[in-house]
Design a protein around this ligand. Structure first.
Ligand SMILES: C[S@@+](CC[C@H](N)C(=O)[O-])C[C@H]1O[C@@H](n2cnc3c(N)ncnc32)[C@H](O)[C@@H]1O
Length: 285
């Protein structure tokens, strides 16, 4: 396990993933019934963008740095309203008008929970698991587990609330991670069919992504879609050209929110040329 998220925290892929996670959680909150967030590959929860690692790549500058901070243009009002719960969490960690810290998915999810909701954050890297435990020490709503995220998908489903969102965000450092995602989704859905699943994937080689989507469609799980954002044309399959989210059971009207938000993100987060986004239903709505 060599992957360290600090090099990538707050990049364009984090922004899309965290913006969509927030939209999903905000929709779950429309009902009083409690829900659970299960983060299978949680990271450490908070990242110092001034650290040597984050400064080395500077990836956050073309991510969260394009939405808030000293160099960011104001967002159009409808997109700003949809992003407000997410960006408010980021702003709360930072001095006014600056961006020096970025929340990871567990910190973001936790900030959005109500007293009746729960978070389980799994992190297998021993050092990161210690940091994560420290970040949530004495927090009654959050349980931190030093557990393999793929095992968590079996052991932690279904949640007792029978409502919730499962974020699966592996590092993609081992070969076969795409196949593993497909298997994990099928396994998760067998245990908790009504859960909302968000599975993150990098887009480097587009042929590989086409094959991945064919395997996803072959699961025949209903209500399965892919949301993608390309930040450059995918001429070089060694580069991170874009990122995607597989979404199973997207909440009602998520598409309407994405139709407002994604064109703005595609425009803001483009790295070379113009960005583009797409939403594709792999199986029926
Ligand atoms: C992409 S990062 C997670 C970022 C985080 N979800 C966020 O959005 O802020 C992937 C994390 O998974 C951890 N990891 C790697 N293999 C794992 C496994 N089998 N089970 C759980 N965590 C794992 C890595 O140490 C790393 O912190």
């Amino acid at each position: 396990m060599n992957y360290r998220h600090i090099y990538h925290a707050g990049n364009f892929a984090d922004v899309v993933k965290h913006a969509v996670l927030t939209l999903v959680i905000e929709r779950l909150k429309l009902k009083d019934a409690p829900f659970r967030v299960i983060d299978t590959h949680a990271g450490i929860g908070g990242y110092d963008l001034g650290s040597e690692e984050a400064q080395k790549t500077g990836e956050w500058r073309t991510g969260i740095g394009r939405l808030i901070g000293p160099d960011a243009e104001p967002l159009p009002a409808p997109a700003a309203a949809l992003l407000a719960p997410y960006l408010d969490v980021v702003r709360a960690l930072n001095p006014p008008g600056e961006i020096v810290r970025y929340p990871g998915s567990p910190r973001l999810a936790r900030a959005l929970l109500r007293p009746q909701d729960r978070l389980i954050a799994n992190e297998l890297h021993p050092q990161d698991a210690v940091s994560l435990r420290g970040a949530f020490a004495r927090d009654k709503l959050t349980q931190v587990m030093e557990l393999d995220g793929w095992v968590a998908l079996k052991a932690q489903l279904p949640p007792k609330e029978r409502r919730g969102v499962i974020l699966v965000d592996p590092p993609f450092e081992a070969p076969g991670e795409h196949d593993r995602l497909v298997e994990a989704l099928a396994e998760g859905a067998r245990r908790f069919a009504t859960g909302i699943y968000l599975l993150w994937y990098p887009i480097k080689d587009v042929a590989q992504i086409r094959a991945f989507k064919r395997r996803l469609a072959a699961t025949a799980l209903p209500k399965l879609m892919c949301l993608e954002l390309m930040v450059r044309e995918p001429h070089d399959p060694r580069q991170l050209n874009g990122s995607g989210l597989v979404i199973l059971n997207p909440p009602y009207e998520l598409d309407a929110a994405l139709a407002v938000l994604m064109p703005v993100l595609a425009d803001r987060l483009a790295i070379e040329g113009s960005g583009r986004w797409s939403q594709e239903w792999l199986t029926g709505k």
